[in-house]
Design a protein around this ligand. Structure first.
Ligand SMILES: C[S@@+](CC[C@H](N)C(=O)[O-])C[C@H]1O[C@@H](n2cnc3c(N)ncnc32)[C@H](O)[C@@H]1O
Length: 462
């Protein structure tokens, strides 16, 4: 692979004796991995049934390398069922370092396509409030689809620039992840565009943008909270340099020692002028030292004594229980084995289950104010694909389990009706035990409700 000459000479200066090993890493195939979605099943249970050749990613308990030549996990029905997320292995270090706890308020500020969001969601076990934000509208849509596929029940997806969010959430979040837009030097093997766009000017532009994003993130973190900053680039200006500039402007923050894992290298204070204390506790993941494309991550702590935010935020009250729309109650009674709890919100004809402690979001661009339950249509309720993927099989009254490799499952994924039996009405369709969508039974036919945009044109892998 050919990399820009000025990039090569920068890396030679930085890495010196190690440069040759680094350069040779570009001649190797990139490492490919998936992360088991522990919102749906444990890594052990997945290993017991899955068909790929997997090896553990050392720094992520649910992460596994797969063989990119032999296996196509992105073309397996269980990918549609959200059993795993295909993610670059070094990127899995970030949510592990953020270590969010169930019940916390967590913000993922630069979130599309959703690798870290969905990882944070599973570490939170789906409990608390997870705000996933992505300013770019098309990318925000993909983020929202991934949140849906992974069955995340407690996420709000917004699409705003950080300066529109920070006045709305002063000192609100327990943890914030800033996985910053960067010059992407760690993406060269995967994404030739990142390589073609690289220039020293682009590095400078990214560094300025990162400074701005971090400034707004700082405002939204509560005293004592944790901010994790990461990039997939090697450029010191965007890593140790960005953290040093941030800490100079924000004395209420300090570097916390990142949990050391096999394969993590140290941040390099010697690569930036005027280094902030503690940079050696930040993390560098290198493609020539580990099976990963490369990442930088810093864990920062805001002092307990830092000023708290302003007034308490007004929470979204949602609908009173006795005001829930009758068609939804009828659907829940007929089709769900457990009645949904918690507050709900009607947004036009769309019904959502709100995450715990969700503040009012009026005036913000919101793609998803919680778990989408479905749509009210005249006198009936149509459950959403998001609800199907967030349910456990036992939570549906009626299910049709289609075996992997069967003609019925292939037909369902292509959007066709299939022969069905059992109770009339909504049935949760499973792919060998895992929910993949809805079907509606009438006259011995299961009408297909697998979303049009997701339908397969080929035959599913066995
Ligand atoms: C490195 S990617 C995030 C990857 C994502 N966290 C994941 O794990 O899948 C950075 C994202 O930041 C978004 N972005 C660009 N400018 C931004 C800004 N000013 N504030 C927040 N996010 C921004 C980009 O559109 C991009 O989707």
């Amino acid at each position: 692979m050919i990399v820009p000459a000025s990039f090569e000479s920068r890396m030679k200066d930085l890495l010196q004796d190690e440069y040759e090993a680094f350069r040779r890493s570009y001649e190797q195939p990139r490492a490919q991995a998936l992360r088991v979605n522990t919102l749906k099943l444990s890594a052990e249970d997945f290993l017991a049934v899955q068909p790929f050749r997997l090896e553990p990613v050392p720094w992520a308990p649910a992460g596994f390398y797969y063989d990119g030549e032999e296996d196509r996990p992105g073309r397996h029905p269980w990918h549609e069922a959200g059993l795993y997320y295909i993610q670059e292995p070094s990127a899995m270090a970030v949510a592990e370092l953020a270590a969010p706890q169930p019940g916390e308020r967590v913000l993922d500020l630069c979130a599309a396509p959703g690798g870290k969001t969905t990882h944070l969601a599973q570490l939170m076990r789906g409990e608390g409030l997870l705000v996933a934000n992505e300013p770019h509208p098309a990318r925000a849509k993909i983020l929202s689809q991934n949140v849906e596929r992974m069955g995340v029940p407690h996420a709000v997806v917004t699409s705003e620039l950080p300066d529109r969010l920070s006045p709305r959430f002063p000192a609100f979040f327990d943890r914030i992840v800033v996985d910053a837009p960067c010059s992407g030097e760690g993406m060269f093997r995967k994404d030739p565009d990142a390589c073609a766009q690289w220039s020293p000017d682009h590095v400078r532009l990214c560094a300025a943008r990162q400074e701005d994003i971090l400034r707004h993130a700082a405002l939204m973190l509560r005293p004592g909270g944790t901010l994790v900053y990461s990039t997939c680039t090697f450029a010191p200006e965007e890593n140790e340099g960005a953290i040093s500039r941030f800490l100079r402007e924000h004395p209420e923050f300090s570097v916390a020692a990142a949990q050391r894992q096999d394969g993590f290298g140290s941040g390099r204070p010697d690569w930036t002028a005027d280094p902030a204390p503690g940079l050696e506790h930040t993390v560098r993941i290198w493609p020539h030292r580990t099976r990963g494309e490369g990442h930088y991550a810093a864990v920062l702590r805001k002092a307990e004594e830092a000023p708290a935010g302003g007034a308490k935020l007004k929470l979204e009250t949602g609908l009173r229980r006795d005001k829930l729309p009758e068609p939804f109650l009828r659907f829940a009674e007929e089709s769900l084995a457990e009645q949904p709890q918690g507050r709900m919100l009607l947004f036009g004809d769309q019904l959502y289950a709100l995450p715990e402690g969700m503040p009012e979001l009026a005036g913000l661009k919101v793609l998803r104010p919680g778990l989408h339950l479905g749509t009210l249509k005249k006198n009936r309720f149509e459950p959403s694909h998001a609800l199907a993927l967030a349910l456990r099989p036992s939570q549906a009254r009626h299910a049709a389990d289609l075996p992997l490799g069967s003609a019925e499952l292939a037909a369902y994924l292509r959007g066709e009706a299939i022969a069905g039996g059992g109770a009339k009405g909504w049935q949760l369709v499973l792919a060998s035990g895992y929910p993949i969508g809805w079907g509606k039974l009438a006259d011995g036919q299961l009408k297909n409700h697998f979303p049009k945009g997701l339908r397969w044109t080929g035959v599913p892998a066995k």
